[in-house]
Design a protein around this ligand. Structure first.
Ligand code: BES
Ligand code: ZN
Ligand code: ZN
Length: 511
């Protein structure tokens, strides 16, 4: 029988436990380093002779080379099933290889493997085991909310995954797995928000979800600045972008551990729930993908969830700038001049360069929260995708050391953020308006990702808004190429990737 009910999309369908006994429950998963010709005897515990022979034969004959991202499934009937999982080259196997292998295994699980799995590692450190588990958790995601489900054929029972380890390793492995579970929940939340179709994901819906979400945590507060309040506050950038839509814009502020004294990270997100381009209308091809244009805000929300789930004790603030960019009789025109929260005027030369307008208010607002630093996330420019493809996020900063810190946090979790230049020449280009303080479009199309970054820099406040003071440490991350469509990202099958929730969790908690 078919029915149309909503299905959980996230990794709720997996239970992961750490086990110190030798039992093999269900399908055995064996991560193997490239070049391995047979598995050590102590890994064969509990395996029927027929399976041992099969494994050592495929390894010995070179039928399974254990290259990265490959798996081989051995189906042994009553003797059980095995999935061999390739880790790649022997002398350089890293936690990233283990994470990738875990994700590749999860992607390869079929009905025949059942719902119970035991992972047995060969000479792996605890960090490597945990990374494998993390890969499985990250990949345990599909967005099925809008699909008709065939109740009779669908097996919704959770997958039980046991990670086998020694008694000595169990404590550390358990706490790492618990941490990665919390972080994966943040990544999955970011993906859920990004994948949601734009008829159902609009500024107020995002705000409602944030409001509802915050109720489960004592240490998180969400404040919604609605349309009228935004007008009163002078958020001219947000209003200019969102006013042409019947779904009105808003700003959502997340505050975690508000009572903690001192400076704190402030994350700002571009949240365009659909970007038609406005009056500077986009061409039709692939316009549906512009539902992901709120990926920056989803990154901020997802990071908040990851931090909340893992019990972060420090103060963190998130600001999401939500608007739908629509053409309409009352939409902003190319040629309009607006004034934003900072007091600077902006000549709008192209209404499709809207992300920078909403962010100009978000960045200025960030100064109210005594930031240690500000990082903004935005699917900001097609030019960034031209420059870096889908393999790396563009990374700009007004502080070289800080930019390196973010780059390293990205490397630590295998989410590449590539340094890009913030040059005075680009800034000059963006202030060269005949009639306003700034303009939202560069002089030509060259360096479009850099001119966008330079535009944003003008709206990063000085410490305490002191006009003669020092500018707050700031970084801009253009995720136009990495928030979706990254086919080489093994952590996700398709759709929104949830990129940089893990980078931010690492930076904020360990970086
Ligand atoms: N949301 C787009 C950027 C984008 C385009 C992201 C394609 C991912 C894929 C942004 O608002 C935009 O339209 N930017 C323009 C800026 C231009 C008008 C200066 C662009 O990149 O073409
Ligand atoms: Zn646009
Ligand atoms: Zn956009």
């Amino acid at each position: 029988m078919k029915c149309c009910r909503a299905h959980a999309s996230t990794g709720d369908n997996m239970e992961m436990t750490v086990s110190v006994n030798d039992n093999i429950n269900g399908t055995l998963i064996l991560p193997i380093i490239e070049g391995t010709e047979s598995i050590p005897e102590d890994c064969e515990r509990g395996l029927p002779q027929s399976m041992k022979t099969q494994i050592n034969k495929v390894l010995g004959d070179g039928d399974f080379k254990a290259k990265s991202k490959t798996i081989l499934s051995l189906v042994g009937g009553e003797d059980g099933n095995i999935i061999l999982s390739g880790l790649g080259k022997g002398d350089a196997v890293t936690v990233h290889d283990y994470r990738t292998a875990g994700a590749a295994v999860f992607a390869g699980i079929k009905k025949i493997h059942g719902n119970d799995f035991t992972v047995r590692f060969i000479d792996a450190g605890v960090a490597h085991m945990a990374a494998f588990a993390e890969g499985m958790m990250l990949r345990d995601y599909s967005y099925d909310h809008y699909k008709m489900k065939d109740d009779d054929n669908e097996d919704d029972s959770p997958k039980q995954i046991r990670l086998a380890c020694s008694e000595k390793e169990a404590g550390e492995l358990t706490s790492l797995v618990e941490k990665y579970r919390g972080i994966a929940a943040g990544v999955h939340l970011s993906r859920d928000l990004g994948n949601c179709p734009p008829n159902d994901m609009y500024p107020e819906e995002f705000a409602d979800r944030a409001w509802e979400w915050a109720k489960q945590y004592d240490n998180v507060e969400v404040t919604i600045i609605n349309y009228d309040q935004a007008i009163k506050a002078g958020m001219g950038g947000l209003i200019a972008v969102g006013k042409g839509s019947s779904r009105k814009p808003c700003m959502v502020v997340f505050e975690m551990n508000k009572e903690v004294k001192g400076k704190c990270p402030v994350l700002v997100g571009k949240g365009i729930t659909f970007d038609t381009g406005g009056i500077s209308l986009k061409p039709g091809a692939n316009m549906d993908e512009m539902k992901y244009d709120m990926g920056g805000s989803a990154t901020v929300f997802g990071t908040m969830e990851a931090l909340a789930q893992t019990g972060h004790k420090g103060k963190v603030v998130g600001i999401t700038c939500m608007a739908e960019n629509m053409p309409a009789a009352n939409a902003t025109r190319p040629g309009d001049v607006i004034k934003g929260l900072s007091g600077k005027t902006i000549e709008i030369l192209n209404t499709d360069a809207e992300g920078r307008l909403v962010l100009s208010d978000g960045l200025w607002k960030a100064g109210e929260f005594n930031p240690e630093y500000i990082i903004d996330f935005a699917t900001l420019t097609g030019a960034c995708v031209v420059a870096l493809g889908h393999e790396a996020t563009g990374l700009w900063s007004n502080n070289d050391e800080f930019r390196t810190r973010i780059h390293e946090a990205g490397n630590a979790v295998d989410e590449l953020a590539w340094p890009m230049p913030l040059l005075p020449a680009f800034e000059k280009e963006m202030t060269d308006s005949k009639i306003a303080d700034t303009r939202n479009l560069g002089a030509g199309r060259w360096g479009g990702a850099n001119t966008a970054a330079a535009f944003l820099k003008q709206f990063v406040p000085n410490v305490d808004y002191d006009k003669d003071g020092e500018q707050i440490t700031w970084a801009h991350m253009d995720i136009a190429g990495t928030y979706w469509g990254a086919k080489t990202n093994t952590m996700v099958k398709n759709g929104a990737t949830g990129i940089h929730v893990r980078t931010m969790h690492h930076l904020i908690t360990q970086g």
